[in-house]
Design a binder for this molecule. Sequence first.
Ligand SMILES: N[C@@H](CCC(=O)N[C@@H](CS)C(=O)NCC(=O)O)C(=O)O
Length: 454
Amino acid sequence: MLSLEDVVGALNSKELQRKNEQKEQTCESLVVRGRTEKRDQRNKNRSRSKSKNWKKIKCFYCHEEGHIRRLCPKRKREAKEKDTTNGDVAVVEEGYESGDVLVVATKNFDKQCVSFFTLSEFPLKQFVKMARSALHEVSDTGAFMRTASTFRNFISRDLNSQFPAESGRYHLYISYACPWASRCLAYLKIKGLEKAITFTSVKPIWARTKESDEHMGWIFPASDTEEPGAEPDPLIGAKSIRDLYEFASTNYSGKYTVPVLWDKKLRTIVNNESSEIIRMLNTEFNDIAENAAIDLYPPEMRDQIEETNEWVYLGINNGVYRCGFATKQGPYEEAARQLYEALDKCEEILGKQRYICGNRLTEADIRLFVTIIRFDEVYAVHFKCNKKLLREYPNLFNYLKDIYQIPGMSSTVNMQHIKRHYYGSHPSINRYGIIPLGPDINYSSPHDRERFPA
Ligand SMILES: N[C@@H](CCC(=O)N[C@@H](CS)C(=O)NCC(=O)O)C(=O)O
């Protein structure tokens, strides 16, 4: 793997400079999330005519890959400050010329002068290994935009497949704080897969994952006693979730998220997308699951489950993050409006039936549960979802308790980890990391959901 120093070295090397001078480079092949591409197109002719005269360009790189800003010199100061905090790649050019791109980098915006390189000559992905987190997934409009997961392999009940559903072969890395990881853990409990698939939780509060850069992420404790609920990595001795990703892939450049479904045999990540992991856990391990008969995605309900998942994800699961991570008023308000529309819809549905898709527990309930269990304790305060509290919705609140009381579910909820994570890991939202004392709700108290047939 190349270090940043290697990159800077490579880009400054005389040989490469010569090579670039000989070649006539333009930026036509550059694709940077559409935006830059458009501009390149518009200025295609201009770029072409100037491509022989690359000017000296100063480049600044912070954390995030693939996101390039070009700024006129006037805005340079503003850009530096802004990009230092949000982790974008910034390209600040002297004598701005559309179409001139180059990339290189220093860790802390120490200036590095680089000359004569086009991005097409140095594909960013290959050269610069970037670390980032959800806090950096904010567009220029101030809206939170979640990026897709990367490892998308499937475990299969077919024992001849690449990832066969063997007992003892797979390990689930989670954080109790994370709703996406918790839904996978809920499946381990509900399906009776705890003996077949082991799991480990990280510590709740993000910390530096490497001395050499500023990335903050999930880390393992050094011992079993350091952090109740969290354990050291039992498999490869990883210090962080980032270590797992880097072990599994040498050129990974996305976020280091949980859950991670790990193959102990091939020592790699099978899948890091919870919506897919839960589907595998639901069906593929049925030969070894203790509760194989429980089907949370029954064929006859699939359309309805999908339809429900869609609006619940948009308005609620991801909706709370869109509220919390928005950096402008408009996107926040839009997200909050959609969130409360979706919660109102849940309340109405749950006034007529026990579960969100009918009178049978399904995947859609587990997906809804992991967000609403965090609502009053965290999202109402930390993510500014305070128009109405969850416990002010009688049907939804009783439903929440009902799901919480399903055998195994309460053990997936570690409210200490949940609160410490959110309030302690997002300093841009909660600068001093103060954790509110309340509301400390008892979800084991009686509910009224038996009034519906199940
Ligand atoms: N699409 C993923 C999302 C997982 C995700 O966003 N996990 C968060 C924790 S709640 C994470 O690990 N974030 C790390 C980071 O943003 O750096 C899934 O559903 O599995």
